[in-house]
Design a protein around this ligand. Structure first.
Ligand SMILES: Cc1ncc(COP(=O)(O)O)c(C=O)c1O
Ligand SMILES: N[C@@H](CCCC[NH3+])C(=O)O
Length: 444
């Protein structure tokens, strides 16, 4: 029996009070259980655009972009577009003066389609294809972050005009996150290990290429990280490598890119990432270490993805069926095709019934999707009103990052639309994928 079962008196309180930290800023709830995101009733948006539906509060994203730029004056803030990219977001990020991290010709195509300036684009990836590299060079991207010696050769062969590159380094720092998104340790596929000398060898290899210009080092420790000390340690280790490069080659590299990975609260009660602490402590670590090595401090870049968009997103489902089996299952019209994160990382979510006041106390239920896997779960053992029934609308916050971008067509279900709300305006940003879309690719 859960807390929710024990405390039916919490019913009205839980329903009328909005959980802190997980909804887009400015989200409100009224006593009838209506949730308003960006000033719009979620049930109205569900009626108008259908369910499942992904809502992104663009004003919230804009506010977060500004918070990053304000916290890190003089640094470059690059949005990691893998978190969620569509043209409206690319335009917003451009207008806010951020750079853009892309990982494929596809992400770059979205950036190009809105005229995102190439010089503010960084290309990442451990296995960039010739198409990715050619697209990046054609768009004159500002920097390519090289990730293997083969790639250095490929870029060098294709590049003209001394393409700027960074070398991606794994500094042997474990950010204490899920193994699938741990990338600062040396035994995984990204980057060149520091301790083995592979990173220094990669620097040498780049410097031998007349068509390339080495401008800095990069590291990305992983995703959903909370410990600022890990970023400090990585920064210190990379500055030591900058000093070694200066000593060996007489070259002071001007850029240090510390990647992204700043955590967001996923459940009520979880803290925000300590951005101010990060800005202060990491900068101090870089300056301190540079002073020790008599280096000019490099320009810092950070690459937040999740931190800019996760909490701006809300997914809306309609309940299809409620089953009281060994536990209570509330099955909705989406699932792992729009949110594979519980299955992939054991991610946990808050779920809220919206649109009507509950007529029964909270009970523990497991919200599941419509797909053909027992692991197709959106939220296990969460409190929901005991009278939740088919046709009810459920809203799940914290779904703005790595949801639309990780979505699939499993069971040939079309991917949901994305609707943007922005200071009172509503706009369909990405339309729902139809059966026609799915059949168009099937040319056999
Ligand atoms: C190179 C690089 N930069 C930035 C990010 C953004 O990560 P997050 O969305 O956790 O901030 C990623 C993804 O983890 C990445 O691979
Ligand atoms: N897909 C992961 C994040 C990956 C970060 C990209 N390097 C997630 O949903 O948490």
């Amino acid at each position: 029996m859960s807390l929710a079962d024990l405390l039916p008196s919490m019913r009205s309180m839980v329903q009328s009070r909005l959980e802190e930290n997980v909804w887009p800023g400015g989200t409100t709830v009224d006593e009838r259980g209506e949730l308003l995101v960006g000033g719009h009733r979620v049930t109205e948006l569900a009626g108008r655009f259908g369910t499942p539906l992904q809502i992104v509060d663009l004003a919230d994203v804009r506010r977060r972009c500004r918070a990053y730029r304000a916290a890190l004056p003089g640094a470059e803030v690059a949005y990691a577009s893998k978190a969620f990219l569509c043209r409206a977001v690319a335009r917003l990020v451009d207008a806010e003066g951020l750079s853009l991290d892309v990982c494929s010709a596809g992400e770059l195509a979205v950036a190009r389609s809105v005229g995102f300036p190439g010089w503010r684009v960084l290309l990442h990836g451990n296995a960039k294809t010739p198409e990715d590299l050619k697209a990046a060079l054609a768009h004159r991207v500002g920097r390519i972050v090289v990730d293997s010696l083969d790639e250095v050769d490929h870029v060098a062969a294709l590049a003209r005009d001394r393409q700027r590159v960074l070398v991606r380094v794994t500094p042997g720092v474990d950010g204490g996150t899920h193994a699938a998104v741990t990338t600062g340790v040396e035994d995984q596929k990204f980057g060149f290990p520091l301790s083995t000398g592979a990173a220094a060898a990669a620097v040498r290899h780049v410097l031998r290429q007349p068509s390339l210009r080495l401008v800095g080092l990069h590291t990305h420790l992983g995703s959903q990280l909370r410990r600022v000390a890990d970023f400090e340690l990585a920064a210190r280790r990379l500055v030591a490598l900058l000093a070694a490069v200066r000593d060996e080659h007489g070259l002071e590299l001007p850029e240090l890119n510390l990647g992204g990975g700043h955590a967001v609260p996923q459940l009520p009660g979880e803290d925000d990432f300590d951005l101010a602490g990060f800005a202060h402590r990491v900068r101090a670590a870089v300056h301190d270490e540079c002073a020790r090595h008599r280096l000019r401090p490099p320009r810092l870049t950070v690459e937040p993805g999740r931190a800019l968009v996760a909490s701006a997103g809300v997914t809306v489902y309609r309940v299809v069926a409620v089953k009281h089996a060994v536990r209570t299952f509330v099955a909705v019209d989406g699932g792992m095709s729009d949110n594979p994160r519980p299955a992939l990382y054991g991610a946990r979510y808050l779920v809220r019934m919206v649109g009507r006041p509950p007529a029964a106390p909270l009970r523990t239920a497991t919200v599941v999707g419509r797909h053909c896997e027992a692991g197709d779960v959106i939220a296990r053992d969460v409190p929901l009103p005991a009278d939740v029934r088919a046709g009810d609308v459920l809203a799940v916050p914290g779904t703005g990052a790595y949801h639309h971008s990780l979505a699939s067509n499993y069971n040939l279900v079309g991917r949901p639309p994305v609707v943007g709300v922005d200071n009172g305006a509503v706009q369909l940003l990405v339309r729902r994928e139809t059966e026609e879309d799915l059949l168009r690719r099937d040319v056999g």
